[in-house]
Design a protein around this ligand. Structure first.
Ligand code: SF4
Length: 422
């Protein structure tokens, strides 16, 4: 199974998807990890190019990155910048260097841009000193955890094969204490779906045992070359069960991004995730040596699919977005597979994320590896909406994209409708 600690964090923490005036910059500040998750798309999916790059991004590259992003955003009219600190494990950078980097980003970028720093971490290295640094720079933090200890430690392991849950739990508890004291913003959790496990148990562990109220479930980064004989309907079943657990929960503050996004989209509201392939690509990845690449999750397709080797030192952001590779990815993204053209769910699904459409022989001209499971999930949420008293016409307008994606429905408004109970 291939997953990621951080790729989908490019969408931010359950915020509506970036407008064209927002850029997500995935900055690979540490190209190694202190643990060895067996499903990791960065280190265990065949791309070994990370070995050629510095383990940690140096201050010279950090300063050049800040200037590159400032110049690019200003010239492209981008006013909002999400800097996503990424790895490997970003905290391997070290406290002094991390603090200095955040200061550099703030000093160079904030006078002209609305800049937010986010980070996805495995949480195992967090201590009190780190909390002070996060608080000083308002770093928004996402933690990666796959559920209770027994589930988490199946794939999220050390290099010696031991579990990582206990260390992650210590870090998460520290973060939550700091959050309760309003020292840091809300933390969120990312959980890579293991369809052999119970969605209900995972949801309840993250939300009620750990106390994290913003989370997302990630479909593993399988391509048509790596999915093997797995049944995509098991992933659909997992999402349906997770949806039911979320809807049954009484706490209105809980957000599960993929579930919230599909619920909202089916009612003509905004989208919150790009993992279903419906959104434009406005992500740039900057590696530790300054090399530029497309969305980091494409790494599982092979590095040559995501980078031409341009760097922040010899290219502008505008040139990067219009180079041949990015133009090709953009058209790959637009041109949906034959199977998707006639699919009634296309406007909700978008044909699946690029990574899940990939096959070596024909690149992205395929439906998602999760197609059958996604249909099952969309159908399940639609059924739920019908029982809540929404009409076929409401849903069909969204399916036909006869909506402007601004109608904001909250889970509470949907759940509290009188409904048409069976
Ligand atoms: S559900 Fe399947 S066929 Fe329909 S758009 Fe998504 S991937 Fe394509």
């Amino acid at each position: 199974m291939f997953g990621s600690d951080c790729g989908s964090q490019a969408d931010g923490n359950a915020m509506p998807l970036p407008e064209p005036t927002t850029l997500s910059a995935v900055v690979k500040i540490a190209e190694r990890c202190n643990i060895n998750c067996s499903y990791c798309y960065v280190f265990n999916a065949g791309d070994e190019t990370y070995r050629e790059r510095p383990k940690i991004m140096g201050q010279d590259v950090i300063e050049a990155t800040a200037q590159f992003l400032l110049d690019g955003c200003v010239s492209l009219g981008i006013s909002n910048l999400l800097v996503i600190l990424h790895g490997g494990e970003p905290l391997l950078m070290g406290k002094k260097e991390f603090d200095r980097m955040c200061t550099t980003f703030r000093e160079v970028l904030t006078p002209d841009l609305n800049m937010y720093i986010t980070m996805q971490t495995n949480a195992t290295l967090i201590d009190q000193d780190w909390l002070e640094i996060f608080a000083r720079h308002h770093v928004r933090i996402g933690v990666s955890i796959d559920g209770p200890k027994q589930y988490n430690d199946e794939f999220r392991v050390t290099f010696k094969g031991g579990g990582t849950y206990d260390a992650a739990r210590r870090g998460i508890d520290l973060l939550l204490t700091a959050q309760e004291r309003n020292l840091i913003p809300d933390i969120s959790a990312l959980c890579v779906i293991n369809c052999q496990r119970s969605a209900d148990v995972i949801y309840n562990h993250i939300v009620h045992d750990l106390g994290i109220r913003k989370l997302d479930f990630l479909l593993p980064d399988f391509t048509h070359d790596t999915i093997g004989a797995q049944d995509p309907r098991l992933y659909g079943k997992f999402l349906c069960n997770a949806f039911d657990a979320w809807i049954a929960d009484k706490d209105p503050a809980i957000e599960v991004r993929i579930l919230k996004s599909v619920l909202s989209t089916l009612l003509g509201g905004p989208r919150y995730v790009s993992v279903l392939g419906r959104e434009a690509i406005n992500v740039v990845t900057i590696q530790s040596d300054g090399t530029l690449a497309a969305d980091d999750t494409l790494r599982a397709c092979g590095f040559e699919v995501m980078s031409e080797g341009d760097t922040i030192f010899d290219t502008t952001l505008q040139q990067f977005f219009t180079n041949d590779l990015m133009k090709r990815l953009s058209s790959d993204y637009q041109e949906k597979a034959q199977a998707c053209q006639s699919c009634g769910w296309l406007n909700i699904c978008g044909g699946g994320s690029l990574i899940n459409r990939f096959k070596k022989e024909n690149r992205f001209s395929n439906a998602s590896v999760y197609c059958d499971g996604l249909r099952q999930f969309f159908s399940h949420v639609s059924q739920f909406l019908l029982t809540q008293g929404f009409g076929f016409s409401d849903i069909s307008a969204a399916l036909q994209d006869k909506v402007d994606h601004t109608a904001p429905w909250t889970r509470e408004e949907v759940v509290s409708r009188p409904g048409v109970r069976k």
